[in-house]
Ligand binder design. Structure first.
Ligand code: ATP
Ligand code: MG
Length: 332
């Protein structure tokens, strides 16, 4: 069994990325049923919106170090940079020719992000992004894809594309399954708890970056938007901000939401926020200590080299099979 997932180096990796994605990669890598694990840095996805060249370079390396600092074990998984394996884009073209425009146009993420990008123009890549994502997954015969809830629709599209291709050209792709952890599938923005936390949000107060100064991160939690009520109670409809903090606290402490509600039954929001801020502070301190040891190491490059070589080996075999099925080039 193989699992694969990736994150875009499009900004500072957030607590949402950690709880919705990375934390699950780390848990799954210890499950016996997975004998092959691929985790990549989706730099090709990041350029769907404008990126500063220097920043992007920095963020690519930084994300690799964050994966390791968060507990991904290079003995158990292969970590690689997407753009270092050219077959992702090659497959993406083939799949684009087998995907209808309407299918990508109705993706809610495209609708949201293209609205935000309207002022400097919406790239075609933003529209075709889910097809590149399907290629990332299908290229490796992936069985399971751990992602946050916001990626569910893209994963369904990847499944549709795979099934259609299999029907048209004969059995080629494994149909991937999503793995969405119910507990922390969608961490919300701290300044607008109706919106998901995103690393590309223009307001840094809306997210906790894993590399934030610890005091600043704690302050962000303490000033998170809540409501005018006083009860620490999970109620997504009427108390989105408090519900979000309860989700964060439960995911970080391992306690159930019910237990935390009980612990804070007779306490105020300030005390509750203090508690959540400390949990977040402890996580960041742990990750940052490891991160600082790894970020400038030679070992980090060696891990990325190994990952690139392994992914290239798997992908090159698969792409030849796919091209043969479609009738491209000379028979190999
Ligand atoms: P961007 O704003 O650039 O799209 P992002 O924060 O959405 O950044 P992605 O690189 O798109 O991050 O997604 C990486 C992984 O993190 C995906 O599995 C995605 O589902 C998950 N994820 C992103 N945001 C959240 C969130 N708020 N809560 C839980 N999981 C999330
Ligand atoms: Mg995203």
């Amino acid at each position: 069994m193989r699992f694969l997932s990736g994150i875009q180096p499009s900004g500072n990796i957030t607590l949402g990325n950690y709880l919705g994605a990375i934390k699950n990669f780390v848990a799954l890598q210890n499950e016996e049923k997975f004998d092959d694990i691929l985790v990549f840095i989706a730099d090709l996805h990041a350029i769907t919106i404008p990126q500063d060249k220097q920043e992007l370079r920095k963020n690519i390396r930084s994300l690799a170090a964050i994966y390791l600092a968060s507990g991904l074990d290079p003995k158990k998984c292969h970590i690689f940079i997407q753009s270092e394996v050219p077959f992702h884009t090659e497959l993406s073209w083939i799949l684009e020719c087998n995907t209808y425009i309407g299918e990508v146009q109705r993706m809610t993420q495209f609708k949201d992000k293209s609205k935000k990008e309207e002022t400097h123009g919406v790239s075609t890549g933003l529209l075709t992004y889910p097809i590149l994502m399907a290629s990332d997954i299908l290229l490796y015969d992936t069985n399971l894809v751990p992602v946050g809830k916001d990626q569910k629709q893209h994963l369904e599209l990847a499944r549709d594309i795979a099934m259609r291709f299999n029907q048209k050209y004969g059995d080629t792709f494994v149909i991937p399954e999503p793995f969405i952890s119910p507990k922390s599938a969608k961490i919300m923005s701290l300044t607008d708890p109706e919106k998901k936390m995103s690393k590309s949000d223009e307001n840094p107060k809306s997210y906790i970056s894993l590399l934030d100064d610890i005091n600043i991160a704690k302050k962000k939690i303490k000033s998170a938007v809540t409501d005018s009520d006083t009860k620490v109670k999970y109620d997504i409809e009427n108390k989105a901000g408090i519900s979000n903090l309860l989700t964060i606290a439960s995911s970080l402490s391992g306690d159930t939401i019910e237990k935390i509600e009980k612990d804070f039954e007779n306490k105020n929001y300030q005390e509750f926020k203090e508690y959540v801020a400390n949990l977040v502070g402890d996580l960041l301190a742990d990750i940052q200590e490891k991160y600082n040891k790894i970020i400038n190491s030679k070992e980090l490059d060696e891990i990325l080299d190994e990952g690139r070589n392994y992914a290239t080996y798997l992908a090159s075999k698969k792409i030849n099979k796919i091209k043969n099925k479609v009738g491209l080039g000379r028979k190999l």
